[in-house]
Design a protein around this ligand. Structure first.
Ligand code: FES
Length: 125
């Protein structure tokens, strides 16, 4: 297991992110602070290899019914827990790397933790 210091804790406050390049390739990773929890995702979208971690932060969107029902009652929960790829807007759950529109698609995640004032990402060699 290799550990790499990617930031100081004050660089990524809740709601913040840091793109770290290079990190196991030129695309790097995105390190996110979601409500005080840290996550690290590979900065390559599994759809068409877009720069996923530069995308918009959003939440989980749910509809009260199908569009054909004639009402557009949408609710958004967990604001800041979902990342939308900037290229084609596919949404990914930051905590798991799971794609919310294609269950077969998942972005690679890395273990990340605070050690003292450092944020450290781990990976297998
Ligand atoms: S490249 Fe990310 S959604 Fe298409």
């Amino acid at each position: 297991m290799t550990r790499v210091v990617v930031a100081k804790v004050w660089e990524i406050p809740p709601g913040g992110r840091k793109i770290v390049v290079p990190f196991r390739g030129r695309a790097g990773i995105g390190v996110f602070n979601v409500n005080g929890e840290l996550y690290a995702l590979r900065n390559i979208c599994p759809h068409k290899r877009g720069p996923l971690c530069t995308g918009e932060l959003t939440g989980h969107v749910a509809a009260a019914g199908p569009p054909s029902a004639g009402h557009a009652d949408l609710t958004v929960s967990g604001e800041g827990e979902v990342l939308r790829c900037p290229w084609h807007q596919w949404p990914f759950e930051i905590a798991t790397g799971r794609c919310l529109v294609d269950p077969k698609a998942r972005v690679k995640t890395y273990p990340v933790r605070k050690i003292g004032n450092d944020i450290v990402v781990e990976f297998d060699d």
